[in-house]
Design a protein around this ligand. Structure first.
Ligand code: EPU
Length: 321
């Protein structure tokens, strides 16, 4: 375990905005977490790949970062276990290479398995928790380890219990894949032209190609993926031309990208922050020089403009700390 105090921590988040942290702990074993120094600045904040995180300023607490690439184990043909720090895409690749289904639609999502579970990351009609069996957690305050199932996690659109109860660290997770003979999930827009009999690897490649055509590569351009959630709105706020998806609760999910696009905000800038022209739900750190204030100003401009025009209030999907 390595403990550092008052360090530049911006590089721990894919937005690439400068920020200092009062402390950063790099840990490897569960015992490290049980032996944390008593006087660490609080709060303790667990971070994974930092791909859904905005430092809004300097962070006064301690960031807990797990060292290493983590292990993926195939426990049986369809049961796969991954450490929390495994890159989600590495797990998606491993399943697709083995010819089993379940995670191929999540290909290319940046971040770790642990982070993806906390926010139930999703894309192209699949969510991280869709094929989850169980999760091994460590409760930070007590040092106790526990195994929980999907029901405990209560996954919902871009959230789970681990987001509202942040005192846990994801040590590992087990997923149950499906055999290649079961149909692929090709219901979502750009995948509809594919046959449900295509191999998991073919679906993975199609997903990666679609993502590459719309989303910035976080290794080249700082961003945190979709900045806002797609809002759920009541019928009286719908307009005839508005794309919508009816939910079981009687509300309608409307693409925030469409609302932002209609407001003419593609390419709009505040300092170094910019609305990504190919997918306006994404804010980027265009040249790597954006400050947190630039991003917050652009966020406010988007929220205000969409609210004035449509009377719909967008809420951020990216965690602000
Ligand atoms: N649209 C426009 N103009 C544009 C782009 C999109 O009007 O320039 C409209 C279109 O109507 C399009 C709709 O927005 O049909 C939806 O766009 P898209 O299918 O690209 O998906 P999204 O709803 O904007 C969500 C996720 C993404 C995920 C994609 C694909 C959220 C907040 N975002 O975006 O997730 O990759 O679906 O499944 O749910 C992320 O969470 O970081 C993320 C990238």
């Amino acid at each position: 375990m390595k403990v550092e105090y008052d360090v530049e921590a911006g590089a721990l988040a894919t937005f690439g905005v400068r920020a200092r942290a009062a402390a950063v702990v790099r840990w490897t074993t569960a015992d490290d977490l049980r032996r944390l120094p008593e006087d660490l600045p609080r709060p303790l904040k667990v971070i994974g790949g930092g791909s859904n995180l905005l430092f809004t300023g300097d962070f006064g607490g301690t960031l807990l970062v797990r060292e290493g690439a983590g292990r993926i184990e195939r426990e049986s043909e369809l049961i796969w276990r991954a450490d929390g720090n495994v890159e989600l895409d590495a797990l998606c690749a491993a399943l697709a290479e083995a010819g089993v289904r379940g995670l191929e639609n999540l290909s290319g999502i940046p971040g770790t398995v642990g982070g993806a579970l906390v926010q139930n990351a999703g894309a192209y009609g699949s969510e991280t928790c869709s094929h989850l069996l169980d999760v091994r957690l460590l409760e930070l305050e007590s040092g106790r380890e526990l195994t929980v199932d999907r029901q405990w996690l209560a996954p919902d659109y871009r959230t789970s219990r681990l987001q509202s109860e942040p005192g846990y660290v994801v040590l590992s997770a087990t997923f149950k894949a499906e055999p290649a003979t079961s149909p692929a999930n090709v219901d979502y827009g750009p995948l509809r032209s594919l046959s449900p009999h295509e191999s998991p690897m073919t679906i993975r490649e199609a997903v990666l190609a679609t993502r590459a055509s719309k989303l910035p590569d976080v290794k080249q351009t700082g961003s945190a993926g979709s900045f806002f959630r797609n809002p759920e709105v009541p019928a009286e706020l719908l307009r005839p031309e508005m794309p919508r998806y009816e939910l079981a609760n009687g509300l309608f999910k409307v693409p925030a990208a469409w609302l932002i696009d209609q407001c003419g905000l593609k390419g709009q800038r505040r300092g170094g922050a910019m609305v990504w022209p190919d997918q306006p739900l994404v804010i980027v750190n265009a040249e790597g020089t954006a400050t947190a204030a630039d991003i917050l100003e652009l966020e406010q401009l988007i929220v205000n403009t969409v609210r004035e025009r449509f009377n719909i209030t967008l809420t951020p999907e990216v965690e602000h700390i």
